[in-house]
Design a protein around this ligand. Structure first.
Ligand code: FAD
Length: 289
């Protein structure tokens, strides 16, 4: 494997790590241990997901409060789902008072049976509402889809709707995960040709087990290359083998992206530190301060 330590250290890519709200105080204590393990890479911020429809409203809030109490930069996700404007404004005020400076603004996918309606607005509306209510207080991250959002009519439409979110006031974007970097390069080129200059941060999903990655990728429209699936399949009963292979694949993906000069990496940690830690160490990100 190539040694990219020097390159990564010199360029200081932005690093962020995503969590979901853990359950209860013991869950938060567990998250503190994860944060301790990731601290060597000096993540610029930690984000926490939000279940569209409000299902994790308290959990996201408590996790953000906990991360802030550890003196970390914490960014709540806010998935508009079918939430009312007033309840979103109240949450924005609360986050501002807590010291939050960054929000990941999303439409979300409201699970069936939650809320009165499904996805009554898109992320563009949420970005507009946040700017209307909170001005420039928050740095706004939005989602981008190098392999095209599953509901989009066409790549052109998807890019156009992405551009509208940017025009509405997004500062930077984090992508859905992918394992083929050329999907990202193609999207970044098309975005640049459309005049979009905001930083595009690739979302990186560590591979730690076969079933999880297959199920998750099917739901969110991420493509897992055939050779990766075949290798994972053949390692099905070899957990250490899957972990080692996953770390190698994801390290090589990140090396490729850093060589291409991406402005940062956003790790979907799934509240675990092992794989993210191994990939960041391989990339020499512990030398970036
Ligand atoms: P949008 O930007 O609104 O786009 C959704 C779809 O609608 C796209 O197909 C788009 O092309 C289309 N569209 C947009 N605007 C219009 C318009 N004006 N007219 C017609 N079509 C339009 N989900 C959660 O529930 N909670 C989370 O915490 C969460 N975190 C995420 C973090 C990241 C970095 C990413 C990449 C995704 C995350 N998701 C999360 C998943 C995300 O909510 C889903 O992918 C969701 O389906 C789309 O959200 P969006 O913000 O991209 O929506």
């Amino acid at each position: 494997m190539t040694d990219t330590s020097q390159t990564a250290a010199a360029k200081k890519p932005r690093v962020s790590c995503e969590f979901f709200p853990p359950r209860g105080d013991s869950g938060l204590a567990g998250l503190t241990r994860v944060v301790d393990k990731l601290a060597a890479f000096g993540p610029d911020f930690y984000s926490c997901t939000y279940g569209a429809g409000g299902s994790t409203r308290d959990g996201t809030h408590d996790t953000i409060r906990h991360l802030l109490s550890l003196n970390l930069d914490a960014a709540p996700h806010l998935s508009i789902g079918a939430d009312e404007k007033d309840s979103i404004f109240a949450l924005l005020d609360d986050y501002r008072d807590m010291g939050v400076r960054r929000i990941v603004a999303l439409r979300g996918d409201v699970p069936s049976g939650i809320g009165r309606a499904r996805n009554t607005h898109n992320a563009e509306s949420l970005v507009r509402w946040i700017r209307e209510h909170s001005g420039d207080h928050f740095h706004l991250e939005v989602a981008a889809y190098p392999e095209v959002h599953p509901e989009a009519q066409s790549p052109e439409d998807d890019l156009e709707f992405f551009a509208r979110k940017v025009d509405a006031g997004a500062d930077s974007a984090i992508t859905q995960y992918f394992y083929n970097p050329h999907a990202f390069y193609d999207f970044a080129d098309r975005a640049a040709a459309r005049g979009l200059t905001l930083p595009l941060i690739p979302g990186i999903m560590p591979i730690t087990n076969f079933d999880g990655i297959v199920r998750f990728s099917k739901n969110c429209g991420a493509d897992v290359p055939r050779w990766v699936l075949k290798r994972l399949e053949s390692l099905e009963h070899d957990e250490p083998g899957i972990r080692a292979f996953g770390i190698e694949v994801v390290t090589r993906l990140c090396e490729d992206l850093l060589r291409w000069d991406v402005p940062g990496l956003h790790f979907y940690t799934l509240n675990r530190w092992g794989a993210t830690n191994a990939v960041c160490r391989n990339l020499g990100l512990d030398q970036r301060q």
